[in-house]
Ligand binder design. Structure first.
Ligand code: FAD
Length: 384
């Protein structure tokens, strides 16, 4: 069998498709959204992302690491904006050249799509996966443009359709037979994105080569640089409470809250009110499930198998690393899908559970500890 069906042309689906195509498989990718190269849509949940070594290694394996890095902004550490007004730079490493990268989600997804098509892979847009029939080994799609439903037969399906995966929902429906375990745990915090534009001369309004954090105990603001001189700002904040995200729906109240907590950041956001109203409050959850495969017929990979909270900056990186680990199983058990899928899930599950737990722990560290003087001193000593 050489033909593989991938559901979801997001970050992990397109990278996996490239790697399979490079191995000589014929790959068909089905994506529910329109082609973001032709229609102006948001690329997904955050405008930019932190790309680190784990993810970069996978991009390099697919031969696209170098062009992608040209579009990224290196970040050499955390730039902390303290409540009392001071600032502190905490390098990520004792080595001056070690960094992570801020990259546009849309730009990265488009680069992956372009590469896939350039090597003969095929993406069908506006095709929403509705479910899978394991007896018939058939997948049902809705063509959302033509409003028509149809079914295709296929031997192996890989669900890279993100945190609300349709393939995973299908597995849930057969949970007792598959002994399918599933958990979805929401944080009490959600997030809202805001924007710092470039300065009038085109320069960056804050230190360009850092991930900026304004830790404030129970909540925090972060900002990642974009190539065009702007920053994407994210408030992570509790939904509930007198000054929670729900209570701050009133823009006047939100502005008063920012004037008190983040006056330096607010001063750099001329479109604060507009962004506050237009950008949604989004929730954050950890999803764990197992098994990830059904009889060599379907497999979950990326967020579909393990969605994690973004505080370790590892969701995409980990999904890219999934693709590398998958290639090892593919090479070991060529053509035997049940053996490939089984080997992959057994090798990978414990690592993704560990990273999910680390991501939650890092949320508490970023929220509470990075502004703590003892922690700052310890970091300084570590990096001297
Ligand atoms: P997705 O990117 O969600 O892609 C899924 C694709 O499947 C989408 O294109 C979707 O349209 C498509 N799809 C969904 N359902 C269907 C269907 N039924 N039929 C067909 N297609 C379908 N990670 C990092 O490594 N670094 C970061 O800095 C970082 N920051 C983040 C910030 C925030 C606020 C959030 C929420 C997440 C962040 N992440 C980060 C995590 C990262 O976004 C995800 O881990 C990553 O997008 C997972 O990629 P994926 O391809 O598995 O899923």
């Amino acid at each position: 069998m050489n033909k593989i069906t991938i559901i979801g042309a997001g970050l992990s689906g397109t990278l996996l498709a490239i790697m399979l195509q490079q191995k000589g498989y014929t790959v068909e990718v089905y994506e529910r959204r329109p082609d973001m190269r032709q229609v102006n849509i948001t690329a997904g949940r955050s405008i930019n992302l932190a790309l680190s070594e784990r993810g970069l290694r996978a991009l390099q394996k697919a031969g696209i690491g170098t062009p992608i890095l040209q579009e990224a902004v290196p970040m050499y550490g955390r730039h902390i904006h303290l409540a009392e007004g001071g600032e502190q730079f905490q390098p990520y490493s004792g080595r001056k050249d070690e960094c992570i990268y801020s990259i546009s989600r849309g730009g990265l997804n488009i680069a992956l799509m372009n590469k896939l098509e350039a090597i003969g892979g095929c993406i069908h847009f506006n095709q929403k996966c509705m479910g899978m029939d394991y007896q018939e080994q058939a997948v049902t799609f809705q063509d959302t443009k033509k409003n028509k439903t149809y079914t295709i037969s296929t031997e192996a399906v890989i669900g890279t359709d993100g945190a609300s995966s349709a393939i995973r929902k299908q597995m849930m429906q057969q949970a007792p037979r598959l002994r399918f375990s599933f958990s979805q745990t929401y944080l009490g915090h959600g997030y809202k994105e805001l924007h710092i534009p470039p300065k009038t001369n085109g320069g960056f309004a804050l230190d360009k080569n850092a991930l900026h954090i304004w830790p404030r105990g129970g909540f925090m603001l972060i900002a990642l640089p974009n190539k065009d001189g702007s920053f994407t700002v994210t408030l992570f904040h509790p939904f509930e409470g007198e000054e929670g995200l729900h209570a701050l729906e009133d823009t006047g109240k939100a502005k008063t809250f920012f004037e008190r907590e983040f006056p330096d950041a607010l001063a750099l956001m001329p479109t604060f009110e507009q962004d506050w109203v237009n950008n949604p409050n989004s929730s954050l959850a950890t999803i764990k499930c197992y098994p990830w495969q059904v009889e060599g017929k379907s497999l979950l990979l990326g967020d579909a198998a393990h969605a994690i909270v973004p505080f370790y900056g590892q969701g995409m990186n980990c999904s890219f690393e999934d693709c590398l680990v998958f290639l090892e199983s593919l090479d070991k058990y060529k053509g035997n899908w049940e053996a490939i899928f089984e080997d992959y899930q057994q090798n990978r599950k414990k690592d993704t559970d560990a990273i999910a737990d680390l991501a939650e722990e890092n949320f508490y560290e970023m929220r509470d500890q990075v502004a703590n003087p003892t922690f700052i001193l310890k970091r300084k000593l570590e990096t001297l």
